[in-house]
Design a binder for this molecule. Structure first.
Ligand code: PGA
Length: 244
C-alpha cells in the first residue's frame, strides 16, 4: 500500500485527478472503476477542467461504477447514475454507452447482480479502481461483516451509512435501505486501486485500513493485500496515523 499525503481536500483532488489522467493518457482505452460520494467530486471537477483544455480525452474510456441505490430510477436525482452524469459524464467526451452503473430500477436482485458481474467479467481486470472509504471502513457498499463479499450483491445498508448519506436526502427516512454493490473480489481484481480520503471523520477508518488487521469488520483493510494500491489522503484523514 503506497500512501500519498496531501494537505487538504483540494490537494487530494488534484493528485487523484493527476493519477486518473495519467492512466487515461497512457492507455486511452482504459477501463475505470468509479466511485460516488463527496470525496471524488473535486477530482472529477479537475478532470473536467483538463478535458476542456484538451489535456485528456475520454472518448475510448469505459467506466464501471461501484454501486447504486436499490429501487431508484436512473433519472432520480439521488441515484448514483444521476450523480455520475451531472458531476462528470455530462461534461466530458465519454460515450454514454461506455458508462456502466448497476441498475437500481431493476428489482430482480439476482438478475441485476448477474448482469453486472457478466459486464465486469467481460472486462477481466479494470485498469484502475477509484474508491472512497466509509466512516465504518466500507468500500463501495461492502459494509462491515463476517465475510468479504465476492460478486455484485444487494446489501442492507448499515445504520451509520444511512445516517452519513442522509445529508444528501430530504430526511433520513428517504434514504434507501438497500443498494447494489460491486463485490470485494471484483474490486481487488483491478490492476490498480486508488483510494481517496479526506476529513477527520475518516481518520479511524483510514488508520484501521492501513494499520489494523485484515478483517471484513473493516472492509478496506483487505487493500493491504493488493499489490498496487495507492492511498491519497489529506492531513485530517491521516490524523490518527503515525507520521513515518
Ligand atoms: P463520501 O463517501 O465520499 O461521501 O465520504 C465515501 C464512502 O462512503 O465510500
Amino acid at each position: 500500500m503506497r500512501l500519498i499525503r496531501t494537505t487538504d481536500y483540494n490537494d487530494m483532488s488534484r493528485k487523484v485527478a493527476n493519477i486518473i489522467s495519467a492512466q487515461v493518457i497512457l492507455k486511452p482505452k482504459s477501463s475505470l472503476g468509479l466511485a460516488t460520494g463527496s470525496t471524488p467530486i473535486g477530482a472529477y471537477q479537475q478532470l473536467v477542467r483538463w478535458y476542456e483544455k484538451g489535456d485528456v480525452d475520454f472518448s475510448e474510456v469505459c467506466t464501471y461504477n461501484l454501486d447504486e441505490y436499490y429501487g431508484l430510477l436512473p433519472s432520480d436525482p439521488h441515484s448514483y447514475r444521476h450523480f455520475m452524469d451531472t458531476n462528470f459524464f455530462d461534461h466530458i467526451n465519454i460515450r454514454r454507452e461506455n458508462t456502466f452503473v448497476p441498475d437500481g430500477a431493476n428489482l430482480d436482485r439476482e438478475a441485476e447482480c448477474a448482469r453486472y458481474d457478466a459486464l465486469l467479467q467481460a472486462v477481466g481486470h479494470l485498469d484502475l479502481q477509484l474508491l472512497g472509504i466509509g466512516r465504518n471502513g466500507h468500500i463501495g457498499f461492502n459494509e462491515p461483516g463476517e465475510v468479504f463479499s465476492k460478486g455484485t450483491h444487494c446489501v442492507d445498508l448499515s445504520q451509520s451509512t444511512i445516517e452519513a448519506n442522509s445529508r444528501l436526502f430530504g430526511s433520513i427516512d428517504d434514504v434507501p435501505r438497500r443498494a447494489y454493490s460491486m463485490g470485494v473480489q471484483a474490486i481487488m481484481n483491478a490492476r490498480m486501486i486508488l483510494l481517496a480520503a479526506s476529513g477527520e471523520d475518516k481518520a479511524q477508518a483510514v488508520h484501521d485500513m492501513i494499520f489494523g488487521p485484515v478483517t471484513p469488520r473493516c472492509t478496506a483493510s483487505i487493500l493491504q493485500l493488493h499489490t498496487n494500491c495507492v492511498v491519497v489522503a489529506d492531513r485530517d484523514a491521516l490524523s490518527l496515523c503515525p507520521q513515518a
